[in-house]
Design a protein around this ligand. Structure first.
Ligand SMILES: [Zn+2]
Length: 146
């Protein structure tokens, strides 16, 4: 199983072209409904809450909490055989939608754990990564407490 986002979609269509462009720039785009103001992901032609076709795009804050996860012990793709065990998390983004991505190596995620998002452009498209918020802050000197 490749964790790259689907390369066949990497060029996008009318509704997802901006999303794929942002992924290549290391950002995750959400759509925000112009009528009811709810955020949605992935990109879709209409609001699943109110049906309005009007939306704006905005970058995700990068913050969320772990909703669920799996830990892969036997890679389904030879490209990832040397990475097992690794975890794939479903994260509820601060804006509301859920996204799936790799959890940083070292340990599995914890339920409801605060995480931060990174989008790394890959050879073909991009990969979403989630890291525990506290550990990510430890690695970023600008986010450390005094
Ligand atoms: Zn709406």
């Amino acid at each position: 199983m490749s964790l790259d986002l689907d390369p066949s979609l990497a060029h996008g269509d009318r509704d997802s072209r901006a999303f794929w462009s942002a992924v290549r720039d290391g950002r995750l785009l959400l759509q925000r409904c112009s009528a009811c103001r709810r955020a949605r992901f992935p990109a879709m032609p209409g609001c699943p809450y109110c049906g309005s076709p009007d939306a704006t795009e905005e970058a995700a804050s990068g913050r969320g909490t772990v909703y669920s996860w799996i830990t892969v012990h036997r890679a389904l793709d030879a490209d990832h055989a040397d990475e097992v065990p690794y975890s794939v998390a479903v994260v509820t983004l601060e804006e509301g939608p859920r996204a799936v991505g790799r959890f940083v190596p070292g340990r599995p995620p914890r339920f409801d754990e605060p995480v931060t998002l990174a989008v790394t452009p890959s050879r073909r498209s991009g990969v979403l990564w989630f890291a525990p918020l506290d550990e990510a802050a430890d690695e970023d000197p600008d986010r450390r407490s005094p």
